[in-house]
Design a binder for this molecule. Sequence first.
Ligand code: TTP
Ligand code: MG
Ligand code: MG
Length: 346
Amino acid sequence: MNCVILHLDMDYFFAAIEERENPRFKEHPVVVGADPKGGNGRGVVSTCNYEARKFGIHSAMPISRAYRACPHAIFLQGNGKLYGAVSRSIMETLRARFSIFEHVSIDEAYIDITEESKNDYSHAASIGKEIKKLILARERLTCSVGIGPNKLIAKIAANRQKPDGLTIVMPSDVQIFLDPLSVETLPGIGKKTKEALNKEGVYTAKQLRDRDEAYYVSRFGKWGYGMYAMSQGRDERPVAQSGEIKSLSRNHTFDTDSADPGILIPYLKTLCEKVANDASSKNVAFRTITLTVRDYSFKTVQKSKTLSHSAKSVGVIYRVTLQALLPFLDKKTKVRLLGVRVSNFS
Ligand code: TTP
Ligand code: MG
Ligand code: MG
């Protein structure tokens, strides 16, 4: 059976929460970013409302540039705690209502509505409307929803009509929907890939699709397969039920077993960073940190530590796992695999 997948992304999320909390901001350009100092700080823009976007302001732009573009905007430091709490409330509402639900970032989620919609897109549209109403009623915030036969199409669709949009792409319309889009609309195609593709005369998804897969693989390696699949609207990833995750982990198997701290420690650090990023994007704090060491003979040892308070930072993961790794370094254990896991979420 074909799938029906829904993607939801909140509209100008941090700035929308600020507007809600301060009704006098409505219809003024509002810019949220670190260290704004009235527009003269050294930080970057986290996001801004649609009034501010009219002046060309966008996420990741230096505050100073945003200020030059629109000196009369309201510049705010932002309130991460509040944004996190609003996000949790939205995600909990959705998780309670839908069984196959994946929380992907602070303002985004996927829901598999295949069964509930019975594969009927008009029914799927009413589920989309219901979600928008639910969030508006609970949080007085708008979101944009995309519905399509897979995650890729649902995500692109959600971003097509913002703010407060509902975009439905039936399986038979996938190619018509994708073809005219510029390549950078496809998730993962950033500035560099876009430029490389443009240089080759590839500007739209249609032009991307018109060449052979082998061409992209020879040009971009493994990523070429993904790029080509996207241009055809193919995506097999299931909606993962992140509501049920009990732990997050990352492992690395070395090409050759190593006892060299100069090799093991940098890898450990990278694993810690990845796990901390995963935890942050799932919006979880953890109390237990585990290091896994598998040696050349496949003997596997796990060392866990449970903290008195829950933590979020990469620094904590790194300190705990490095401490656990030291005895192996002392013994010059030849390591085959290193793993870092966080669990005991709050
Ligand atoms: P997005 O969903 O990318 O943006 P948005 O919700 O502000 O606007 P849109 O209506 O286009 O969806 O990101 C969600 C929040 O994540 C955003 O409100 C602020 C934060 N964020 C950053 O802090 N830095 C960034 O570079 C980006 C892209 C987002
Ligand atoms: Mg958003
Ligand atoms: Mg988002």
